[in-house]
Ligand binder design. Structure first.
Ligand SMILES: C[S@@+](CC[C@H](N)C(=O)[O-])C[C@H]1O[C@@H](n2cnc3c(N)ncnc32)[C@H](O)[C@@H]1O
Length: 507
């Protein structure tokens, strides 16, 4: 399993159900103790762990749902078939309050009765969950052990698709997005991906594509020997599509230590301010969603997939949000190869739990990525930019071994963390923060140029492009990623400028 990149906070809590699909960089020094599905969140990436409903409900800020939208039902046949199917499977609680309809973002769930904050919206039992152990044993035994749960679920979908109407999951499978309907960056053309070249999204997409390719190669023996299950030929495109479908819909269920598709629940669309989470009740064996706000009949009921930035939404789910409050940007800092103290600095960083990125050949890049989020106030209190990033900059600025020794001694005396306090030498501290500022400003400049290119592409395509054509959608998504990163960088630069001013004491 490869894994994880962007850090997203773990909110903790019991009955954790997590959303996630990013894989860990094998070459990364960071290790996580999490299980296979858990590694998705880097320690998602510090996986998005969703707290138990009781915890959620006690903190719910009740909000009235947005404007009531006209429910456009899916076809009557589809709806009846789907609801009959749920009924047959004993899932009465699944559709008591909502029904499937069509929204501007594909299928969605709509309230069929008034729902109040704190009420259960739906509940589905364990046997409706599609978990990798539902894959036929005949297939499983042909799979190498390290084939991921995403790949196993993708194979499950391909097998059921091949059965067509014969499949007991057919009403569900037929509602899944067809090839071409998922806009994850793994489907973007090379030139489209170039539009986000400076974002971590570019690297993560390249990695994800490599992972899918490797997993496809690993499942070949199963595909070739089980043609009665999968059909004569599964092309890499089909596998990639099934894989992306899983990435955009599966949940990590901690209590069951598994990744799972949760039919019906996966018709919920995401909203960034929503606090409703999917949770799993281990004792009673069902997954449920509690409303975080009141809903009027006919309004779309939403769920939180986690506090996800646009880069993750684009890769895992194939959409982005304008003004996403959870946007983040990765700031890369590295010890120069020309730095005479490079070896010492790396030793010091590693000894103080500040790992650096390893290349595939095992060599040390000497650098590390730090995710920064929007800094709410440039002058006020609050977190500002991450302490670890400021600490890294301080280490980079040191130019003699004595200072490094002092840094190590200070860390031991305090809480073991390196360079967390401003350097005693005020000039050196100013130098470190200026280095950081220069880095952020150059990143800002890169994104500024990227945005100009994007505008040019949009202008050139002009009115020839349909508003829903894949290229148009991808260009818009790239724009949302880049402008989200710019918003974060702008806030971090303002904060740093303010804290770099001579009158301000850095903390
Ligand atoms: C779990 S499914 C939700 C149901 C989906 N709309 C469908 O038609 O099956 C996740 C997918 O829904 C879409 N989606 C969910 N929330 C969205 C949002 N806020 N904006 C745009 N698309 C969204 C994306 O295509 C995403 O990959």
């Amino acid at each position: 399993m490869q894994g994880i990149s962007n850090g997203v906070e773990d909110t903790g809590g019991a009955g954790k159900v997590s959303r996630g699909s990013e894989r860990e960089l094998k070459s990364h020094k960071r290790e996580t103790k999490e299980t296979m599905w858990g590694t998705l969140s880097r320690a998602r990436r510090s996986m998005i762990c969703l707290p138990h409903p009781t915890a959620v409900c006690s903190n719910v800020r009740t909000r009235i749902a947005g404007p009531i939208v006209q429910v456009q039902p899916v076809s009557y046949k589809e709806q009846v078939e789907f609801l009959d199917w749920l009924k047959e499977r004993g899932q009465r609680d699944a559709y008591l309050s909502t029904t499937v309809g069509i929204s501007t973002h594909g299928r969605a769930l709509f309230a069929t009765r008034p729902i109040q904050a704190g009420e259960r919206v739906l509940r589905v039992s364990r046997d409706l969950l599609i978990t990798p152990d539902k894959l036929p044993k005949e297939v499983t035994k042909l799979l190498p052990q390290d084939v991921s749960e995403w790949a196993r679920l993708a194979l499950f979908l391909l097998a059921e698709q091949h059965k067509g109407q014969e499949s007991t999951w057919s009403p569900y499978i037929s509602c899944l997005p067809p090839l071409g309907a998922i806009h994850s960056t793994v489907f973007w053309k090379k030139e489209e991906l170039e539009l986000v070249r400076h974002s971590s999204l570019h690297r993560e997409t390249v990695q994800r594509k490599a992972i899918i390719g490797a997993e496809f190669a690993a499942v070949q023996p199963a595909l070739q020997r089980c043609t009665h299950i999968f059909g004569e030929r599964i092309a890499q495109t089909d596998f990639k599509h099934a894989y992306a479908t899983v990435c955009s819909r599966a949940w990590g269920i901690e209590a069951l230590q598994t990744l799972a598709l949760v039919p019906f629940v996966d018709f919920f669309n995401h909203e960034s301010y929503c606090q409703a989470l999917l949770s799993y009740d281990e004792e009673q064996g069902y997954a449920e969603v509690i409303a975080d706000r009141d809903y009027a009949v006919g309004s779309q009921v939403v769920l939180s997939y986690g506090r996800l930035p646009n880069s993750i939404l684009a890769l895992d789910f194939g959409f982005t949000l304008p003004e996403n409050p959870h946007d983040q940007v990765e700031v890369w800092m590295g010890v120069s190869r020309r730095d005479e103290l490079r070896k010492l600095k790396l030793q010091l960083l590693h000894a103080h739990d500040m790992p650096t990125f390893l290349h595939a050949d095992g060599s040390d890049s000497g650098g590390s990525g730090f995710n920064i989020r929007f800094v709410k106030s440039a002058i006020g209190r609050g977190k500002g930019i991450p302490h670890a990033l400021r600490a890294f900059a301080r280490v980079l600025c040191v130019d003699n071994a004595q200072e490094l020794t002092e840094m190590a001694a200070e860390a031991t005396k305090l809480d073991g963390r390196l360079a967390r306090r401003p350097l005693k030498d005020k000039n050196r501290e100013a130098q470190a923060m200026s280095l950081l500022l220069a880095r952020l400003e150059s990143m800002m400049q890169q994104r500024h140029s990227a945005l100009l290119t994007l505008r040019l592409v949009e202008t050139c395509r002009g009115s020839n492009s349909g508003s829903k054509s894949p290229v148009t959608v991808h260009v818009q998504m790239a724009g949302a990623v880049v402008s989200g990163e710019m918003r974060v960088l702008r806030s971090a630069i303002a904060w740093l400028r303010n804290h770099c001013s001579p009158s301000t004491v850095l903390t």
